[in-house]
Design a binder for this molecule. Structure first.
Ligand code: NAD
Length: 497
């Protein structure tokens, strides 16, 4: 039976996507469109507007006008708090519809919506969380340094116009991690979704308008990175670029920001290690957690997935056996089928990249399972079998580069110092995991790991915990107070009395 998403497309009632500029929905200035093909079947899903540089100019001008008017940036705290909470409730109400749209966008299965970090509920929680900061974002009042009569104090002011650029893989959470703190701080936004995940983001924006967002405060320009993304990151009237995506594009954004010294936040890729010690509370659970993150839901297309397993030799064979069992249990197919737990790769370019790494892996390690594209009913999609390579040197390409696919490199180690050295031997520093029953070791190793987030015997992204990267995994943090502060400038005030 050939796999098809066509019936779901009809049941979801997918509309053609339009741009939102200054409060009005409409086509791009050129009338050009982009056709989205489903990653599981190759079928045409729908069309959305392909914005031009002129559309970006109009969206940035609207955001500037809205910011300068002060209607949002200097609004009563209650206006912003109310909107963010109302929107969180609307998201929860429309969770099923949004998950269905996501399945049409990127083929992430509906079953994966139950995993907190990628759920609509997590996005709603992020909006509720940031609503709480709106009236608490204070400065300091300092005693006069020189003595005498004067006041010294600081204020936090919204940064201005923000270009928010999203990747395709976790639209709900990543939309929320940018839009919620920027709106809470009083900024205005021009949002660019990924061309591989647009329809669910457009619906999120429609709901934001329904919640009462004033005109021009958030505009949406859809289209490609080369055209729309470049126009945004080079735009002289954008004050800050907030980007989540690949390291290569992150570096490009740093270059482009130099022109007007834009503020930049970057949430980039990783090659996160999971360190499994011989005293892990349960090696089977450790293996299931690691392999689950690399194969389930997003098929390893997750920034923080532990794609390098560093495993103590005493539990090495036990780990590999359990990992193989977990990989065998992963199911693929129609993302609307509740029995399906994993996704295809997002596009053919990514499929070719991942298959290239797998070929390279065959000479860099021992193939334990997988190692091929899936055929049969799945031949029309970009499906790759969960792939595990054992006995990989940490210096190998498959242990160093972000593959962004269902490929796990397993590296053996003998003692704690070696494990820490191997874990830190990477250009990235997004996440790290460790599995041990020894509390002191857990703290010792956590302190030594050069990563923005460390999971000890488990891991979860939380709305109030900062998330971001050391080293080449990014600049800045999303989540919690640090996120909203990143959408402000600090102003110091001196006043003689
Ligand atoms: P990508 O870098 O290819 O694209 C991300 C966004 O940037 C898209 O909207 C794209 O259109 C746009 N873009 C592309 N070229 C551009 C340019 N020259 N100028 C401006 N914008 C441009 O990434 P992707 O394939 O969508 O996502 C996968 C990457 O994202 C992985 O590296 C992953 O690790 C990373 N990621 C990081 C996090 C995090 O929180 N650290 C979360 C999710 C994904």
């Amino acid at each position: 039976m050939t796999l098809t998403v066509q019936p779901h497309r009809e049941s979801v009632g997918l509309k053609a996507g339009q741009l939102l500029i200054d409060g009005s929905w409409g086509p791009s200035e050129s009338g050009a469109t982009w056709t989205h093909h489903h990653p599981a079947t190759g079928e045409e899903v729908g069309e959305f507007a392909k914005a031009t540089a002129a559309d970006v100019d109009a969206a940035v001008a609207a955001a500037r006008k809205a910011f300068d008017s002060g209607n949002w940036s200097r609004s009563r705290a209650g206006v912003r708090i109310g909107l963010l909470h109302r929107y969180a409730e609307l998201l929860r109400k429309h969770a099923d519809e949004l998950r269905a749209l996501q399945a049409l966008d990127n083929s992430v299965p509906l079953s994966f919506g139950g995993i907190y970090a990628t759920s609509v509920g997590a996005a709603a929680d992020v909006f509720d969380h940031h609503a709480g900061w709106v009236d608490k974002l204070g400065g300091q009042t300092l005693p006069p340094y020189q003595g005498g009569d004067h006041l010294a104090m600081t204020f936090r002011e919204p940064i201005g116009v923000v270009a928010a650029i999203l990747p395709w893989n976790a639209p709900f959470l990543l939309f929320a991690q940018k839009v919620a703190p920027a709106l809470a701080a009083g900024c205005t936004i021009v949002l660019k979704p990924s061309e591989y995940c647009t329809f669910s983001v457009l619906r999120m924006v429609e709901l934001l308008v329904e919640a009462g967002l004033p005109e021009g405060v958030l505009s949406v320009v859809t289209g490609t990175g080369e055209e729309v993304g470049e126009a945004l990151i080079n735009h002289p009237d954008v004050d800050k670029v907030s980007f989540t995506g690949s390291r290569a594009v992150g570096k490009r954004i740093v270059e482009a920001s130099a022109g007007t010294l834009k503020r930049v936040s970057l949430e980039l890729g990783g090659k996160s290690p999971a360190v499994v010690f011989a005293d892990a509370p349960n090696v089977g659970v450790a293996a299931a957690t690691v392999v689950g993150a690399v194969t389930m839901g997003l098929s390893g297309q997750a920034c923080v997935a532990n794609t390098r397993a560093l495993v103590h030799r005493d539990v090495y064979d036990e780990f590999l056996g359990a990992a193989q069992g977990m990989a065998a249990a992963v199911t693929y197919g129609d993302p609307f089928d509740p029995a399906v737990i994993s996704a295809p790769l997002i596009n053919e370019r990514q499929l070719d990249r991942v298959l290239g790494y797998i070929e390279q892996g065959k000479s860099e390690g021992r193939l334990v399972t997988g190692g091929e594209r899936l055929g049969g009913d799945l031949a029309g999609g970009n499906f790759v079998a969960p792939t595990i390579f054992a006995d990989v040197a940490n210096s190998a390409t498959i242990a160093q580069e972000e593959i962004f696919g269902p490929v796990l490199a397993v590296v053996p180690f003998d003692d704690e110092d070696e494990a820490i050295a191997l874990a830190n031997d990477t250009e990235y520093g997004l996440g790290a995991g460790l599995f041990t029953a020894d509390v002191q070791r857990a703290f010792r190793v956590t302190r030594a790991l050069r990563a923005g987030t460390v999971g000890v015997n488990g891991f979860q992204i939380e709305p109030h915990l900062p998330f971001g990267g050391f080293k080449q995994s990014g600049l800045g943090r999303e989540g919690g107070l640090s996120a909203i502060e990143a959408y402000t400038e600090l102003k110091s005030v001196f006043m003689p009395l």
